[in-house]
Design a binder for this molecule. Structure first.
Ligand SMILES: C=C(O[C@@H]1C=C(C(=O)O)C=C[C@H]1O)C(=O)O
Ligand SMILES: [Mg+2]
Length: 458
């Protein structure tokens, strides 16, 4: 086993000295889910799980060595970035397995409707005590501590033992698929308000108060018994191989999902984003699927929804990047239940640009907010009868060297013991129709509903 360590001090917002210690070992035969599950007893409520779309990176965190929560919702992206840079010496930790900060920003800090998100911070990020990274068939576990007093050798020894126990437990764990949770009650809160809001928003768009507004709704489930968070993550891992997979625990809550949409990725100063907007269902046969795909590519209403996103992301990349590349027309992004119009965008970060600054400028794109941004956000606050929390918001990671990736947290749900809330929305433009939008949300609920033991018929 390879050992690497690093230690240094930083100063926190209270002016206290922080001692940062980390070490890395390489391990064998581990899956992300088994490691996550090994933390069930001691770290429940303080875990996270992530896999990128390509499944070339798995990241799991157990326990909180350090958390960053926003204190000023207006400057939350800057605040998270400043605290992380201060802890990691402005990206100067040249470790092969750098410490990683994982978490998310809520969709809209001004959204205050009470519900499952009450008490959740506008930004919530954690550096795990035990961080597993699986990349290129190799698995590494980092141990991190951030403390006001330096760790003694005895304290570190205790943590090393704890780490080795978790690894051993994970290596012995087989994730078995239990029966899916039993749903005893299924309801669509505010269904009428949602349908009415589509008409209100299209009217507002016809009056030229906005061009596009994304309106979402939720679906609530009540289960017979509390549902295991490992189990739902195992389900989405099994069922949604073409998506980003994520799970973030915060106290009793697990926010999880399988999203096809990248907000931003940075690797060695190369930046990537994707425009994903405009939707149609999958066909039952290859031929039918192609007919739907062609219909989507040629549909003016969906093309309009998509173009607002392309224009805005392209402009943000022009401002922050050099050598921006952008295809001239969308292709199809096909995932299990749905197909979307898709345009990837790339560029090279300009001096001073960072992943968190790019995330700050991009969020919310017109794929989840609308266009123009402020008018759309006001319409959402006025017409949408729920608090989005992390739904439709940036979720992901940044490391100590400025690399990272954020997905847009759609196709997502909150699990709160024996209850779940699923979220889905759609881009409303002048010619949107309430019933068609309602049906589009039913298709978008499917991945989370299936993972939670429910089914919808078409
Ligand atoms: C709002 C959602 O998805 C977004 C809206 C889309 C649309 O309206 O066509 C397509 C992809 C996403 O950008 C969602 O899944 O909840
Ligand atoms: Mg749509």
């Amino acid at each position: 086993m390879q050992q690497q360590w690093y230690q240094d001090t930083a100063v926190n917002s209270l002016g206290q000295n922080l001692h940062f210690y980390m070490e890395t070992i390489e391990v064998s035969r581990l899956t992300g889910l088994a490691f996550y599950t090994a933390g069930e007893k001691r770290y429940k409520g303080e875990r996270f799980y992530w896999q990128n779309r390509e499944k070339t990176m798995t990241l799991v965190g157990l326990g909180h060595a350090y958390t960053i929560q926003s204190e000023t919702s207006q400057h939350r992206f800057d605040e998270v970035e400043a605290k992380w840079r201060s802890l990691t010496k402005n990206g100067d930790i040249q470790q092969e397995q750098p410490p990683i900060l994982f978490g998310g920003f809520t969709f809209d800090p001004q959204h205050q409707i009470a519900g499952e998100w009450t008490g959740f911070p506008d930004a919530f990020f954690a550096l795990a005590t035990f961080q597993l990274v699986i990349q290129q068939d190799k698995a590494y576990v980092n141990l991190h501590t951030v403390t006001t007093e330096p760790q003694t050798e005895e304290q570190l020894q205790v943590l090393r033992q704890e780490r080795d126990t978790l690894i051993q437990l994970a290596q012995e764990t087989m994730i078995t698929m239990y029966a899916k949770p039993e749903i005893i009650h299924y309801f669509e809160p505010h269904k009428e308000a949602y349908l009415a809001s589509i008409d209100q928003v299209t009217a507002l768009i016809k009056e030229k108060q906005a061009d596009k507004v994304v309106i979402a709704r939720s679906l609530a489930l009540q289960f017979q018994e509390p549902v295991s968070t490992s189990q739902v993550l195992a389900q989405i891992t099994e069922e949604q191989p073409e998506s980003y997979l994520f799970g973030l625990e915060h106290q009793q809550l697990l926010f999880f999902g399988a999203s096809p949409e990248r907000l931003v990725k940075v690797q060695d100063r190369h930046a990537f984003s994707s425009c994903v907007a405009g939707s149609i269902k999958r066909g039952k046969t290859v031929a039918e699927d192609e007919v739907y795909g062609q219909r989507l590519l040629n549909d003016a209403k969906n093309g309009g929804e998509h173009q607002y996103v392309v224009d805005m992301i392209a402009q943000t990349f022009q401002e922050n990047c050099l050598d921006v590349t952008l295809p001239s027309s969308p292709t199809l992004l096909k995932i299990r239940d749905i197909q979307h119009l898709y345009t990837p965008v790339e560029g090279l970060l300009k001096e001073g640009a960072t992943i968190l600054q790019l995330a700050k400028s991009l969020h919310p794109t017109p794929a989840l907010g609308g266009s123009p941004r402020q008018a759309a956000l006001e319409a959402i606050r006025q017409y949408e009868p729920m608090n989005r929390g992390l739904y439709a918001a940036p979720i992901g990671w940044v490391d100590a060297q400025g690399n990272g990736e954020f997905a847009v947290a759609i196709r997502s749900a909150t699990l709160l013991q024996d209850k779940a809330y699923l979220y889905a929305g759609g881009g409303i433009v002048a010619d949107s129709e309430a019933q068609a939008e309602y049906e589009e949300t039913l298709v978008k609920f499917r991945p989370m509903l299936r993972a939670l033991g429910g089914q919808l018929h078409d």
